[in-house]
Design a protein around this ligand. Structure first.
Ligand code: URA
Length: 240
């Protein structure tokens, strides 16, 4: 839900909030056929008419969130807070869902959208949208891990991973960067467990070629522009 004045001003650049208030007072703004006040909260997917002009509001939205720990990537959960519940009121668009998941104890980049097609494109195994993570380990990473990741290792339960990239921080070998081209359940934790190490922190920094906005604090979110959505699909390993 979003306030009438906020929505109308964001769509019609030459209207101020004061103008919107005046138009509402005159009954010239309707939502779903009903007159509204400037401060009313409305569903942006309804038809909005401003002084005879139909507003075309973006139905599909895509939101970037910096997920904190202890929040789950689902729309509903009886116990934990969900990424949807964490959104500020002005980002509470209808039918949002997380396109891809991070574990409850992982942090970082999560995309929320109400665009089924976009989500399908992002998660489709054929598209191989890579994800980049910064991983904290209990013990130093060994250089052999790089080949193990590259060669497509088998993990517990018999799952065989696609080749993945591992970069070890030369100054602190407990820190690694991992690029995955798929997303199996607890995959990174299981890959390091297979090598006898343990993940102590996991933060996603990139989805495809798009980096998590460094200005977003944990728990914060913002809408993506179209050029940013396009960037998801143009990945270059050298830029991550
Ligand atoms: N791999 C994991 O183990 N956990 C995540 O949250 C993401 C990738």
């Amino acid at each position: 839900m979003i306030r009438v004045d906020k929505l109308v001003c964001s769509q019609i650049a030459d209207l101020s909030r004061k103008d919107v208030k005046q138009l509402c007072k005159k009954g010239l703004i309707t939502v779903g056929g009903k007159k509204v006040g400037a401060e009313d909260k409305i569903d942006e997917n309804e038809q909005i008419v401003v002084d005879g002009r139909i507003l075309c509001v973006r139905k599909n939205v895509c939101i970037m969130m910096n997920k904190p720990k202890d929040v789950v990537c689902s729309t509903k959960d009886g116990i934990s807070r969900t990424v949807i519940e964490l959104l500020d009121e002005d980002l509470q668009f209808k039918n949002l869902f997380p396109a891809g998941r991070l574990d409850k104890d992982s942090t970082g980049f999560v995309l929320l959208t109400n665009d089924g097609q976009l989500s399908h494109k992002m998660l489709s195994p054929k598209k191989h949208v890579p994800k980049t993570y910064i991983v904290g380990l209990e013990n130093d990473a060994k250089s052999e891990y790089i080949n193990a990741f590259e060669s497509g290792m088998e993990i517990d339960g018999g799952d065989v991973c696609k080749p993945a990239k591992l970069f070890i921080d030369e100054n602190n070998k407990k820190i690694c960067k991992v690029v995955l081209y798929e997303g199996m359940y607890h995959q990174i934790k299981r890959m390091f467990a297979r090598l006898g190490n343990k993940v102590v922190s996991l933060h996603r920094t990139h989805i495809g070629g798009l980096e998590l906005d460094r200005n977003l604090q944990l728990g914060q979110a913002r809408m993506l522009e179209n050029f940013e959505i396009e960037r998801i699909f143009s990945f270059d390993l050298r830029n991550t």
